[in-house]
Design a protein around this ligand. Sequence first.
Ligand SMILES: Nc1ccn([C@@H]2O[C@H](COP(=O)(O)OP(=O)(O)OP(=O)(O)O)[C@@H](O)[C@H]2O)c(=O)n1
Ligand SMILES: C[C@](O)(CO)[C@H](O)COP(=O)(O)O
Length: 250
Amino acid sequence: MTDDKANAAAASSPASAPRCWALIPCAGVGLRAIAADSPELPKQYQSVAGQPMVMHTLAAMMAVERIHQVLLVISDSDDFWQGRATDGRLSISAHGGATRAETVSNGLRELLRLGAAAEDWVLVHDAARCLVTTAQIDALIDACLPDAVGGLLALKLPDTLKQAEAVGGAPRVRQTVDRADKWLAQTPQMFRIGALLAALEAAGAAVTDEASAMELAGHAPLLVAGGAQNFKVTYPDDFALAEAVLLRRG
Ligand SMILES: Nc1ccn([C@@H]2O[C@H](COP(=O)(O)OP(=O)(O)OP(=O)(O)O)[C@@H](O)[C@H]2O)c(=O)n1
Ligand SMILES: C[C@](O)(CO)[C@H](O)COP(=O)(O)O
């Protein structure tokens, strides 16, 4: 069935109430974030505005009333959570994978074990995107619930886009690319659990986000406006920026 036909069928079928679950991949090592003087701690556990980064991420997600339960997927060598009390709506699974896609697939299987239905929705959100707001998550849910496929937060490209080629070892501009239809993918990304797991299993471990897997399966995910502040902490400079934004928000 095409996405258009599936949307029409969804709109005309009697109201059902699939639940929304959140899955937070938290098993990366943060190689690109490691500065010469930084502690050897995965970036999601480094302190930002007085708390480990992942706590800000969790606070935003847990504040969304429509999220039934949040699953954090950590590495099997992670001892950060030992002895820490967790909220009843938070589950932790130590089945992180070698890639983000594997971590997410493992988490989806765990959600099904926890009682989620294949037709339920999942919002997959990077632990390292600690600036997402509850309003942005709610906007994504509002946009995706009536949709057959689902979608993702994304940011329309704000700058002029250059395509590069290496000339004599240095990157030089090959051409300026039309940016009118270009968006930067953010998270959360919201899809049906069963469809996403099937898409990820078919796509393999190399896809870098959930939408890519759904695209390979023939779907056209919705693009829902996120925001510049919903950036992923990726490089050493990003910590100071994230801290400044969080402190300003209070
Ligand atoms: N095997 C992996 C790799 C990444 N992630 C998670 O996916 C999110 C986004 O990934 P990214 O920023 O690429 O994190 P890292 O893989 O940790 O970073 P790097 O590529 O710099 O090592 C992060 O919350 C990270 O913890 C994960 O759960 N399992
Ligand atoms: C999922 C993601 O945050 C979308 O932008 C991103 O692709 C994950 O991190 P990576 O830098 O691509 O590994």
